[in-house]
Design a protein around this ligand. Structure first.
Ligand code: NAD
Length: 363
């Protein structure tokens, strides 16, 4: 017989005085903007802790070796008890996590306990992906050439209660930097389950206007960067006998665009590098895919408008018309797709170039 049949979600404010870094772990463990969500489930009379904590993020850890029979609670007693259990559990886990420096904090997201590396994670699509991975339980190494933007991103994430991200400043075009980046990321994360090769730049112009230097630079960041990062990370994944790489290509890697000779050439290369890597490593339990976004509202989009000497809003309207869906995309919409490809939900997908483009490549 059920004592309570209603389902209530109680939001408990976390004690702000918990000292850092314990507070970090408490906050990130729950991924809920400084709030701890406690699910209040129907409580069967005389059931055990393990059986009625199902569905809460503490289920797996709470399940005691020896089950304790518990008395029937009123709803408010239950909420208080559950809150107490969660906070003591989080504290214990965070201490453990700091002792081992590893992925021991709790979460029930798709990336719980996973180590993720995101290049170009300080801005735009990369930053949205970092947030998404963190919210789904991962620890994330943000790799970016911009220390200033990287620090800003980390601070912004911390304000949202997402603290399991670390900045590694480096340039993906330098093999020396990349070796150091991967070494540092591996040391901090313990393992690298997901690599999102996202760092990229845009150079606009026809062949008459793009200089050799600009061409070399865009190929170095957009293509060589993916090559070098994958080259260093794949041996780590081979040792783990598992891994996922997602590359950020573009709809410009699937079709031609006017005035973008260098950019489209680089993104076309990313699409084919993705397919080659997928073939080479699919029997080694490493999946490799890429996303092909249409126009996305990021600093790169604003840079595009600027280089065409167009006011942002005018350019936005123009591009909204060009996309069959009638608008441009958000970084979060790309993050949804990246997280899908990186997750077990996409376990049979490798070598694909998945368009996230509001239909722009249909025509
Ligand atoms: P963005 O400029 O906001 O972010 C790019 C990030 O990459 C920046 O933080 C930058 O510092 C970093 N970066 C640049 N060069 C680097 C290097 N050498 N080493 C390490 N980090 C470096 O741009 P965004 O729009 O978020 O673009 C992210 C990716 O998405 C790019 O590969 C871009 O080509 C691709 N993309 C963007 C759009 C779009 O419309 N914004 C569309 C399709 C694909």
């Amino acid at each position: 017989m059920l004592v309570v049949r209603v389902q209530v979600i109680c939001v408990l404010r976390l004690a702000k005085r918990v000292p850092d870094p314990l507070q970090d772990s408490l906050l990130s463990a729950n991924n809920a903007n400084q709030f701890m969500l406690v699910h209040f489930l129907p409580i069967p009379r005389h059931k055990t802790i393990s059986s009625w904590s199902q569905g809460s993020s503490v289920t797996s850890v709470l399940t005691p070796r020896r089950s304790h029979a518990v008395p029937t609670f009123t709803p408010f007693q239950y909420i208080a008890f559950q809150g107490f259990l969660q906070s003591s559990l989080s504290t214990t886990l965070s201490i453990k996590s700091h002792i081992h420096g590893r992925l021991t904090y709790m979460s029930n997201g798709r990336f719980a306990g996973k180590g993720v590396v995101v290049t170009g994670g300080a801005s735009g699509i990369g930053k949205a992906c970092v947030e998404r991975f963190l919210k789904e339980g991962a620890m994330v190494a943000i790799v970016d050439v911009s220390e200033v933007n990287g620090k800003k991103a980390i601070a912004e994430l911390r304000r949202k209660g997402l603290s399991k991200a670390r900045l590694i400043v480096g340039d993906v075009t330098s093999s020396r930097d990349v070796k150091r980046i991967v070494k540092e990321a591996k040391a901090w994360l313990g393992r690298i389950d997901v690599l999102f090769n996202n760092a990229g730049i845009l150079v606009m112009g026809t062949i008459e206007h793009v200089s050799e230097k600009d061409f070399d630079r865009i190929m170095a960041v957009n293509v060589k960067g993916v090559f070098l990062m994958s080259k260093e990370v794949i041996p780590v994944m081979l040792k783990q006998k598992k891994g996922v790489i997602v590359n950020n290509a573009s709809c410009s890697g699937l079709v031609g665009d006017r005035n973008q000779i260098a950019y489209n050439t680089s993104k076309g290369a990313v699409v084919l590098m993705t397919k080659c890597l997928a073939l080479d490593y699919c029997r080694k339990n490493i999946r490799v895919n890429c996303v092909c976004p249409g126009e996305i509202d990021t600093p790169m989009f604003r840079q595009e408008a600027q280089s065409l000497n167009k006011p942002i809003e005018e350019y936005r309207k123009e591009l909204c018309k060009v996309h069959p869906i009638g608008r441009i995309g958000s970084p979060e919409e790309v993050a949804n797709t990246v997280a899908f490809l990186a997750s077990e939900d996409a376990s049979f997908i490798t070598g694909t170039a998945l368009s996230v483009d509001g239909g722009i490549t249909c025509e």
